[in-house]
Design a protein around this ligand. Structure first.
Ligand code: NAD
Length: 319
């Protein structure tokens, strides 16, 4: 019997093509991922792919056939982990597909904020060519210190790019040993406050958990350097947004680049949207054409590999 795969929210065609000519599977693209619709439709499927919609007990308790959830990405804070663990549903991630795209996005944000790109661009468009240009503060990455919090796939891709800019890299990750960090050209630190106090750039690459929620709050921001820049491409909530806005307004730090938010889509009334010390993107770090293709292929291939008992261990979330 053919296995049925629900593609919850459309993915890049390259992944879909793996299923189109495959006689072992049939698939359906589900564009309406409301709780109501998923309760109605999902119980009929053996597997599903998942982008940003939430899958929790309210939906999953109806899905008795579901054997595997394949995340289009590596974060899985939108899945009810307790439920999938207890009910023996496997959870897969696209472990090799997106680290490069996110690392590049961090570099783009670090450069853009450091070079006050938005302001320069605006000035030229307004016909102000060099009128205010001398008063716009910009910085170099050269010889600066970056603190990377979380040294997994993305952190390790980022360090290579930072070394290319001759940056000094400190790493805070209690779960990665000193030698691994040293081999990548970084220095392990164990005292987070000390690291925050010395760094010029801070980039976050930890999952959102009870432990990392509000990891960077006002008490941490206020010990950072006046010209420091924070980049968050991990998850909203790891930095306390109100505290960040306050720190920027009080010029405690220089600027920030945010790809992720507490609430997504971000609330139009969120004060950070009016703060010109912040560069924003809509959780789009992985939206390069190359990465969308890689992620869709890996998401679908993971399901096929799972049913054919040849799934790579690195793709399986240990629950
Ligand atoms: P990963 O699992 O490879 O690495 C995470 C690292 O964080 C691990 O090395 C772990 O030891 C470390 N860590 C966990 N808790 C920590 C703590 N309290 N303090 C310090 N370090 C801690 O994950 P990854 O692939 O590098 O991705 C990191 C996160 O980035 C994901 O969880 C996801 O939420 C986010 N992400 C965002 C996007 C985006 O589109 N913006 C794309 C991919 C991933």
């Amino acid at each position: 019997m053919k296995k049925k795969i629900a593609i919850i929210e459309k993915i890049h065609d390259d992944g879909i093509k793996l299923l189109e000519n495959n006689n072992d599977y049939e698939f359906k693209i589900i564009n309406d991922s409301s709780e109501e619709n998923l309760i109605k439709i999902l119980p009929d499927f053996d597997a599903c792919t998942l982008r940003v919609s939430r899958l929790d007990e309210k939906i999953l308790k109806y899905c008795n056939k579901l054997k595997v959830i394949s995340r289009h990405g590596v974060g899985y804070d939108n899945v009810d982990l307790d439920y999938v663990r207890k009910n023996n549903i496997s959870l897969l991630i696209t472990a090799t597909a997106n680290a490069v795209a996110v690392a590049e996005h961090v570099i783009y944000m670090m450069l853009s904020v450091s070079k006050s790109i938005n302001q320069y661009d605006q000035e030229v468009r307004l016909g102000n060519f060099k009128k205010n240009a001398q008063n716009i503060k910009t910085f170099e990455l050269f010889n600066k210190e970056i603190l990377i919090i979380g040294f997994g796939r993305i952190g390790q891709n980022l360090i290579k790019r930072c070394k290319g800019f001759d940056m000094n890299v400190k790493v805070y990750d209690p779960f990665v040993d000193e030698k691994t960090i040293l081999n990548h050209g970084g220095k392990k630190i164990t005292n987070l406050e000390e690291g925050l106090n010395k760094c010029d750039y801070l980039s976050l690459h930890v999952p959102l958990t009870e432990k990392t929620k509000n990891l960077i709050d006002f008490s941490k921001l206020k010990i950072m350097k006046k010209n420091s820049i924070i980049i968050n491409t991990a998850r909203g909530g790891i930095i306390n947004e109100n505290d960040l806005n306050k720190a920027l307004n009080e010029k405690i730090i220089f600027g920030a680049g945010l790809d992720v938010f507490n609430v997504e889509p971000v609330d139009i009334k969120n004060p950070l949207l009016k703060n010109n010390r912040v560069l924003l993107s809509p959780h789009s770090a992985t939206f390069t054409e190359e990465c969308k293709s890689r992620m869709s292929i890996e998401t679908v291939k993971n399901i096929i590999d799972f049913f054919e008992n040849k799934i790579d261990k690195s793709m399986i979330v240990k629950l």
